[in-house]
Ligand binder design. Sequence first.
Ligand code: AMP
Length: 193
Amino acid sequence: MNIILLGPPGAGKGTQAQKLVDDRNMVQLSTGDMLRAARTSGTEMGNKVAAVMDAGNLVTDEIVIGLIREQLEAGGDHGGFIFDGFPRTLAQADALNALMVEMGQNLGSAIELQVNDEILVERILGRAADAVAAGGTARADDNEESLKTRLMAYYKQTSPLIGYYHAKDKLKAVDGLAEIDAVQASIASVLDA
Ligand code: AMP
């Protein structure tokens, strides 16, 4: 079964996706991770999107849809795809439907991790501080300024997907403020329903 994890930055999508990879042999498709990898490897596309990402804005639909298409075409034997941080716009959601049809695949649930803004800001600034304390560097977009832009992008461009998947009868909401294990259990019960 292929699923979408939906929610604002800091909602815990990446953490929960990792659990699903470990528990269910699913494959995490995080467009954020793909874009960061493209930046590090210095590809033309990576260089092009770097400034957009650092500011907290969305990169073009064309780029992320292309990245997802490449991964879907790679195929392989696994327990399903987890779309993490994709789709983020209605155009991406339509493109994902078309890709699923084209590949003869099914889209199961869109699981919304419900949180609140104050917690998000705390989590993200905490994530940045943890990275620095561990001797690493924080994500370039994990700062207060770009966080505001990322939240605004979420509300303006991504949150309409909640209504979109609700209308398609695919939306399942879970409490993203619960402990990690409890969120994991809620997601498991959606998948096993
Ligand atoms: P994330 O790791 O999901 O928080 O994504 C980090 C950044 O990558 C976002 O703030 C955007 O700039 C970019 N990005 C990731 N996924 C998408 C997407 N589906 N559409 C547009 N931009 C994206």
